[in-house]
Design a protein around this ligand. Structure first.
Ligand code: FUB
Length: 331
């Protein structure tokens, strides 16, 4: 066994497959809101049909490296009237005194929308979904961020199977479904989206805006720059008064980030903090807990590389004096 293999983190849980971890500190513990991967016989394709999940479980832990509790089923697709299939990467937020779960799924027409569900009993749920998706929502991978002034934001979007490229001038163009995106070294890449949330967190408070990710010269990242352009898995956190927008580069398999002065962006590309893991997708969250910062992410080591059977892991991250992120050397 090599040193790096010896040091490789273990999955948080092994009795189920989990992915796309959104971690938050609620009531003094870390709560993780992952996708719940399951076995199926759908073959691998670039539209992501094999990610055919039907429910969510919430995990919690009181200390990093300590026991992890699986709180059981928190929400089931069958209980959400507007959903047809594919409960993808969720997130949670504490807004207006309630725990909310944000989740993407295909509606009855096969179009990804974002729903919201409210907990009847604390951060682990169970959650009861609103009967309709959030009006004006589309695509996948909702990620919430509540700023120090109490304003909450919802970031979202994902290309290829996530359908972001299908939305042109507010209309869904089905001919753009599948692994498609703009091409060109002078064509801007597709941009993730953000909307301010209403005071109760159930609707958008104003328009959906594009989130600009700029290069070092202040230009939008271009479509052909697959090592840096946004693909999916938005996450926002705040460190030292700066806003960090992190995301997956998809087909180049990096976790990358930009830094900005406003939660609405723009964000200037600042590098990447996780190289490709075993498996096609990479997706994460970043959270501060007891004075240290942690990256929650997933890989497919436990399933020996089956891309839709993933496991959530955690590693400590550190910042340098420029605020740049890297994995802590000692894990
Ligand atoms: O889990 C299904 C999808 O895979 C997520 O929504 C993407 O971010 C990718 O991780």
């Amino acid at each position: 066994m090599t040193d790096s293999a010896k040091m490789a983190p273990e999955p948080l849980v092994t009795h189920i497959y989990t992915a796309d971890p959104s971690a938050h500190v609620f009531e003094g513990k870390i709560y993780v809101y992952p996708s719940h991967d399951r076995e199926n016989d759908i073959g691998f394709n670039d539209n992501g049909d094999q990610y055919d999940m039907v429910d969510y479980h919430v995990l919690s832990l009181s200390e990093i490296g300590g026991a992890v509790t699986d709180h059981g089923v928190a929400l089931t697709a069958a209980d959400v009237p507007w959903v047809s299939k594919q409960l993808w990467a969720p997130d949670a937020a504490f807004i207006d005194g309630k725990y909310l779960l944000y989740f993407p799924a295909r509606d009855k027409e096969g179009i990804f929308r974002i729903g919201v569900a409210v907990s009847t009993d604390g951060p682990a749920g169970p959650f009861v979904a609103d009967p309709e998706p959030i009006p004006g929502s589309f695509s996948i991978d909702p990620a919430s961020f509540v700023d120090d002034d109490g304003q909450a934001y919802l970031y979202f979007g994902g290309i290829w199977g996530g359908q972001l490229q299908c939305w042109v001038d507010g209309k869904f163009d089905d001919s753009m479904s599948g692994p498609q995106e703009p091409k060109g070294s002078d064509v801007p890449a597709l941009l993730p989206r953000v909307a301010k949330l209403s005071a109760d967190g159930h609707t958008f408070a104003d328009e959906v805006r594009e989130v600009q990710i700029l290069d070092e010269s202040g230009n939008l990242l271009v479509a052909d720059d697959h090592d840096r352009r946004f693909f999916e898995a938005a996450w926002v956190h705040k460190y030292n008064g700066k806003y960090y927008f992190s995301y997956s580069t998809g087909d180049s398999h990096f976790l990358a980030y930009g830094i900005g002065d406003s939660p609405l962006g723009p964000f200037t590309y600042a590098g990447r903090f996780l190289e490709p893991v075993v498996g096609w997708t990479t997706h994460h969250s970043i959270v501060e807990f007891q004075g240290k910062w942690y990256l929650f992410y997933h890989d497919c080591e436990l399933s020996k590389g089956v891309s839709h059977l993933r496991s959530v892991k955690v590693r400590e991250i550190v910042y340098d004096d420029q605020g740049k992120i890297s994995l802590a050397e000692k894990q």
